[in-house]
Design a protein around this ligand. Sequence first.
Ligand code: MG
Length: 373
Amino acid sequence: MNGRSRTHPAACVLARLPGRVLALASVAVVAIGTIPQEASPQDSGRLWKVHDLARPAPRVVTPGRDVGQPPSDAVVLFDGRTLDAWTSQDGSPARWSVRDGYMQTVPGAGPIQSRRAFGDVQAHIEWATPSPAVGAGQDRGNSGIFFMGKYEIQVLDSYQNVTYADGQAAALYGQHPPLVNASRPPGEWQSYDIVFRRPRFNGAGALVSPARMTVFHNGVLVQDNAELWGPTNWLETDPYRPHADALPFTLQDHDHPVRVRNFWVRPLADTPADERGARESRPRVTVTAAALDRFVGAYGTPTDRAAVVTRRGTRLFVDLFGRGAPLELVAQTTTRFDFLRTAGTADFDAAPGRPTRLTVRVAGIERSLERLP
Ligand code: MG
């Protein structure tokens, strides 16, 4: 219970108290008499109020001309021309072939890995399996994209080709089959759009959160924030062991001439960088129900009741612009209120008795509203 709901109604005193003092000393406000009690709202825990104009604007990224083309902040790992961003696993030059805008596995050349290391990323990659199809099951158009060299999303010709579900195209190999089979026929270009979150380990090397992948295959959702059990492997899943926060991609050589093109990634931040804002408001003064009644009424013009102020117990609300969903106001002074969880203010003019004007500032709007009879 807080101070607002315990003030003596006859006092009509708007005690000016710093919020911190009020929070610590609310028990000092003695309850005498009875006023309607209204439960205080729970702290939402949100780090920003709604429509805070001080909230940092997102960084500008210029999208690609067409869907699937790299945006301005992408790291292009393969643009169809060179394998400069790749090496063999022993560090020697990658020995896959490049022609006509794609790279192709050279069976026996071994996997290739990116020179750069990555952790959390958005990734786009396009691939095509051989046409006409050769082989069956796992032995048909098999390759794979290993995030951090450890977590494979399967590349396979899964068009009318049966294999174990957790090993078909778009499976997180040996762990999670895709939600649906969105495969195109062999020889056709297919795409993966992936959000990968690396596993987190604590200082003692224990797993804090597993790796996760969300995958769209040819635009169809096939992995929905799936949690990996550990590094993928054949016949078993490896246990998580602590590893670096960034590691190279690996593309698998499974002895099939699979093609890859238009491979780009966007490194992702841990969490949105702006999640540090002004949290919901706390009262700075105590206002009695009787004092709040001064403010109750409609404000605007005869044809536009832009703000309707109501009281419930010792809590004040304003319904703005006919929304039909009142916002709670929290007293900052005897006449100025913050919105509880929305950025902005509601100022009543300082005339004694009933105010004649209400000025609302919210969502970039400032409206000075007359009190209506
Ligand atoms: Mg594979």
